[in-house]
Design a protein around this ligand. Structure first.
Ligand code: ADP
Ligand code: ZN
Length: 606
């Protein structure tokens, strides 16, 4: 079996070895086990179900949330020699019945469908007759109400499975799932004693950076200017900002296009293709863009605004560097982003129609907690990679050497002692039944509240004037950092006073430290190592031109012919024959047949 798997991997995808986790998942599926696989974006999930699909005797159904992307996914499979099709509302009724008829005749190995389709009588009738042996549920976290991306239509999957005469093997895939979401997936899909695979979340080729810039638009321009040759995505929180920033980029000579839910479906499709086909270098988008986009050569993902939770952030940022080449994930954060996100959380009503008030409250609480974690990431002076990985429950060393905090060169300032004084002060006020905002707190600690808070007789407090020797600016920074890092929380309601959190006790006990991110950077950040330049730039350019011509001929994006990584590998190995070409990672039998001769001609001319 292992041998056959390896052979199919080479034949269809041109790879000679599996990535961590892939082999185990595929073996489990082929031996008839249900599986739940948690793998980070860019980790290589697709092959985990595409390979069993081509090896299985029968039809594989892939349930995927976004119909706008199915066409690309299917096109890409056809490029690798796999018979695939999709069924969704973008097809005319005539096309749909033709596809179903061909599917019944065994024309396809893989069929992509959206979950809404599963309850259509015509589709059910087909599914009950067809030899469906394997079902993949992509983005499976969408089934969980407690997740960050709930889609009610996913709840119909279990019912669909139950209506099939023979239950196929079911494999669920997701890039983000906490323990609770994982349990939800297993239960809601009614998986049968599934094997659960959770692969490591680290993506070593990604560099992480956070900034709180003075002028954010300029910071976006500066960040893009670091990558003159590469394409990338800029995420914004609102449609309005997408429009504005896309214009600004255009005025500054950056070829940019845009994507958000307010555009017509045609324009969305066109803009998405402009980006996929490298006609536009930068995509400016809301989070509506990207799920299922597997453009491998995305060199950077910039967030112009704070995402609502670390799950979304890691998923969006993870769209950089799928090809394994060094890539950057930059978060440009401003304090007002927190308010915008709070507003989103409070006004999620539409999506959550049908939830009871208790469920709604629980969900808002979970959302608020996740937002706090995101603020923590944006402001932490600790290693950013470690911060993300530990959120996903993974241990990581304290220094990764490939994030802006590790490369900063300045050690964070330890303000634990000051933090303790602040905790004691807030606790003392709470015992008196009082709570205040940042400014009042600072004036009590510095002993300057005599006029403004005279009615409180603050001089009777133990903490009054306790920090008189410390500049108020420093105290404000400390209080701010304590809020960012979750030692203090703003109370709900209008007054927004500061309260202690459970974590605050760990500051007093010494389990946690209050570290302050160095605010100024003397030197610009060292550029992270980017050492994957091809050995022969001229040859690389000629190969790229060849690829562009073939892509145009076949009407597919360039990366579907071969990725940049494959072309670079060609420059290194300089294959002269078909056999040698097949040694290049990423060249499978099908693509060697289809494109080998043309590329060999270029390589042999060298
Ligand atoms: P995910 O769906 O988990 O986000 P993909 O399936 O899109 O990730 O895979 C990410 C990239 O890794 C793709 O470009 C894919 O071709 C590549 N890849 C996957 N498996 C392997 C492998 N075994 N060897 C080399 N590259 C791989
Ligand atoms: Zn680091």
């Amino acid at each position: 079996m292992e041998e056959m798997m390896r052979q199919a991997l080479g034949e269809y995808f041109g790879y000679d070895s599996f990535r961590p986790g892939q082999e185990q998942v595929i073996s489990a599926i082929l031996s008839g086990r249900d599986v739940l696989t948690v793998m980070p974006t860019g980790g290589g999930k697709s092959i985990c179900y595409q390979l069993p699909a081509v090896m299985a005797d029968g039809i594989t159904l892939v349930i995927s949330p976004l119909i706008s992307l199915m066409q690309d996914q299917v096109r890409s499979l056809i490029q690798t020699g796999i018979r695939a099709a999709y069924l969704n509302s973008t097809l005319t009724p005539a096309q749909q019945s033709l596809a179903l008829r061909r599917a019944s005749q065994g024309a396809y190995q893989i069929i992509y469908v959206a979950p809404e389709r599963l309850s259509l009588p015509s589709f059910r009738a087909f599914a009950q007759r067809a030899p469906i042996v394997f079902i993949t549920v992509d983005e499976a976290h969408c089934i969980s109400q407690w997740g960050h991306d709930f889609r009610p239509s996913y709840l119909e999957i279990a019912d669909f499975l139950a209506c099939l005469p023979r239950r196929p093997v079911v494999a669920a895939f997701t890039a983000t799932a906490t323990e609770a979401v994982r349990r939800d997936i297993v239960r809601s899909l009614a998986l049968r004693s599934p094997e659960v695979f959770v692969s490591g979340f680290d993506r070593p080729n990604l560099y992480f950076e956070t900034q709180e810039p003075k002028n954010r638009d300029q910071a976006v321009l500066d960040a893009i200017a670091r990558f003159p040759e590469r394409s990338g995505i800029v995420y914004c929180l609102t449609r309005k900002k997408v429009e504005e920033l896309c214009d600004i980029l255009g005025q500054n000579g950056v070829q940019a296009t845009r994507y958000h839910a307010g555009l017509s479906p045609e324009e969305r499709r066109n803009n998405q293709e402009d980006f996929l086909y490298d006609r536009k270098r930068v995509m400016v988008a809301t989070n509506a863009f990207g799920m299922g986009i597997d453009k491998p050569n995305v060199g950077f993902v910039i967030h112009c605004g704070l995402p609502s939770n670390p799950e979304s952030y890691y998923q969006e940022a993870g769209r950089a560097g799928r090809d394994g080449a060094p890539a950057q994930c930059i978060l440009l954060f401003l304090r007002r982003d927190i308010q915008v996100n709070r507003y989103f959380i409070e006004n999620k009503g539409e999506e959550n129609a049908g939830l009871t008030p208790e469920q709604l409250a629980a969900q808002q609480q979970a959302d608020t907690r996740r937002l706090q974690q995101m603020v923590d990431y944006a402001t932490t002076p600790r290693c950013l990679r470690q911060s993300l990985l530990s959120y996903f429950g993974e241990k990581a060393p304290g220094q990764c050497g490939n994030c802006s905090n590790c490369l900063n060169g300045q050690a964070p300032e330890d303000m634990t002692a000051l933090g303790r004084e602040i905790v004691l002060c807030v606790a003392e006020l709470a015992r008196e039944g009082r709570a205040f905002g940042m400014l009042a707190l600072v004036s009590i600690l510095t002993g300057t509240a005599g006029d403004t808070l005279y009615w409180l007789h603050p001089e009777h407090l133990d903490c009054y004037g306790k920090c008189a020797a410390i500049p108020p600016r420093k105290l404000k920074q400390a209080v701010q950092a304590m809020t960012d890092q979750g030692f203090l929380a703003r109370s709900a309601g209008e007054k927004q006073v500061l309260e202690l959190t459970l974590k605050a006790t760990e500051l007093v006990s010494g389990k946690e430290h209050l570290l302050l991110k160095p605010r100024t950077r003397k030197k610009p950040l060292p550029r992270p190592a980017v050492s994957d330049a091809p050995p022969d730039a001229a040859l690389f350019d000629r190969l790229r031109e060849t690829r562009a011509a073939l892509a145009k001929r076949d009407g597919v994006p360039a990366f579907m012919v071969f990725s940049d990584a494959v072309l670079k590998e060609m420059c290194r190995l300089l294959p002269r024959s078909r056999e040698e070409l097949m040694q290049v990672k990423g060249v499978g039998t099908h693509k060697a047949n289809r494109y080998g001769e043309v590329f060999l001609r270029v390589l042999n001319q060298r």
